[in-house]
Design a protein around this ligand. Structure first.
Ligand code: NAI
Ligand code: MG
Length: 396
């Protein structure tokens, strides 16, 4: 029986890259039905909801989503763009990505950062003899996706009850006790044992399944003792009990960001809380070519998983007659989907085709040519989005 995949194009270049990725999937022999789910700005403007209930239902039914990108705008702009019938009704724009994450409890985010040989955007450094070294980076980053500093529990001028709670902490009294309540802004960083264990186990499982020799917990346990400290302690217990063959390393986020340009090839799987995971994954993505290459998966306990490039809708390129953006991040995200649904052989085939195109170096999108994005990049020899996908399909 054919699988059904929920295709979520979203806004801007989201649709362009998703269409190309689906063409590549089909050419590689992946047989599926694609049902389109409405998501993004258009539906906010027309219906006052960027994630209509019918789209949630589709994902509930079919479980696997392939997602392009959406456009988000600040609150006031969002309100101005609503159709007139919906204006003044107190509707508040909320990112459909965050809403999806919360609704389907997709607490595990995986962002693999892997070098393609021959990518002109690869990180290089000077070696000991002054020679140029191009280390091969292969670092899957596991980011806790629902809690921590992005958990949304925050206040400016906190309510009395919260203030009293804070005042019960000696450190708060000492450092902030004299500050008027109205001048306080507080964002919490909440970690739960349940979610922390899940992200840690996902990282260790991935290391075992794909043969990485280490898992690094990248937090700051010496300073942020309760949350980072808990994560590292749990990692030690889990490693000792269930993954003795995998080394457990502990790095601080600040030092890790320095080391990522010194010895990125040293690291295997990295796991972190929400915000630090966000930072590390952008950092490592920069070493392997940036937004045109950075892919991601979001998975959770409900069994619903969504695969998407980390880039956004790039509105300034959305209306080009010939699309110039790099479809590889989206195609790589589709490969992650294939891994997830046990179609590893097809994923391998696609990744090999992508690797061949990149190594050959004849077909390159504007980002790979280090051009600034303008319609004339095509005249300058850059491949269009479509042309890149065609080159990959030709290799298949
Ligand atoms: P963006 O990721 O859309 O674009 C930033 C810049 O990166 C682009 O102008 C372009 O130079 C480059 N770029 C992006 N994708 C590329 C690709 N596939 N190939 C080559 N170059 C590429 O981020 P920006 O401009 O900050 O945000 C635009 C909109 O996207 C906003 O409304 C934002 O809220 C939204 N957004 C959505 C995300 C998502 O859907 N997951 C993630 C990030 C931003
Ligand atoms: Mg980010």
């Amino acid at each position: 029986m054919k699988r059904t995949i929920v295709a979520l194009p979203g806004d801007g270049i989201g649709r362009t890259v998703l269409d190309e990725a689906i063409r590549v999937l089909t050419a590689a022999g992946f047989e599926a039905n694609y049902v389109e789910g409405d998501i993004g700005w258009e539906f906010w403007c027309k219906e006052g909801n960027p994630l209509p209930e019918r789209t949630v239902k589709l994902l509930e039914e079919h479980k696997v989503g392939l997602f392009g990108a959406i456009t988000s705008k600040p609150k006031d702009e969002a309100n101005d763009e609503l159709v007139s019938e919906l204006q003044g009704k107190g509707l508040i724009y909320k990112s459909p990505i965050v809403a999806l994450r919360q609704h389907f409890k997709m607490d595990i985010c995986l962002r693999p950062c892997k070098t393609y040989k021959g990518n002109p955007l690869n990180f290089i450094r000077r070696g000991t003899n002054g020679n140029v070294e191009e280390p091969l980076v292969d670092v899957p980053i596991f980011r806790q996706n629902t809690e921590g500093l992005y958990g949304g529990v925050e206040w400016s001028n906190p309510p009395e009850l919260v203030y009293e709670g804070l005042m019960s902490h000696p450190q708060f009294v000492k450092n902030f006790g004299a500050v008027p309540k109205a001048e306080l802004s507080v964002s919490t960083r909440i970690f739960t044992k349940h979610a922390t264990e899940r992200i840690l186990r996902a990282a260790f499982e991935h290391a075992r399944k794909y043969g990485y020799k280490s898992v690094t917990v990248c937090e700051k346990p010496n300073v942020i003792r309760e949350t980072s400290g808990m994560m590292y302690k749990m990692a030690q217990q889990i490693q000792k009990a269930d993954y003795p063959e995998i080394d457990l390393w502990n790095t601080n986020i600040d030092a890790q960001m320095m080391w990522l340009t010194k010895n990125p090839e040293t690291y295997g799987v990295i796991v972190a809380g929400n915000m630090f995971g966000d930072i590390i994954s952008d950092g490592f993505a920069g070493l392997i070519g940036g937004l045109g290459f950075a892919c991601s998966a979001q998975m959770g306990e409900t069994g619903v998983a969504v695969f998407e490039p980390t880039h956004g809708s790039a509105p300034k390129y959305a209306d080009y007659e010939t699309s110039i953006v790099n479809p590889i991040a989206m195609i790589e995200s589709a490969c992650m989907m294939l891994d997830y649904i046990d179609e590893m052989d097809i994923a391998k085939k696609i990744r090999k085709a992508v690797a061949e195109v990149i190594e050959e170096g004849k077909v390159r999108t504007y980002d790979m040519m280090k051009l600034s994005g303008r319609p004339d990049v095509i005249e300058k020899g850059a491949a269009s989005t479509h042309h890149m996908a065609e080159a990959i399909i030709a290799k298949l």
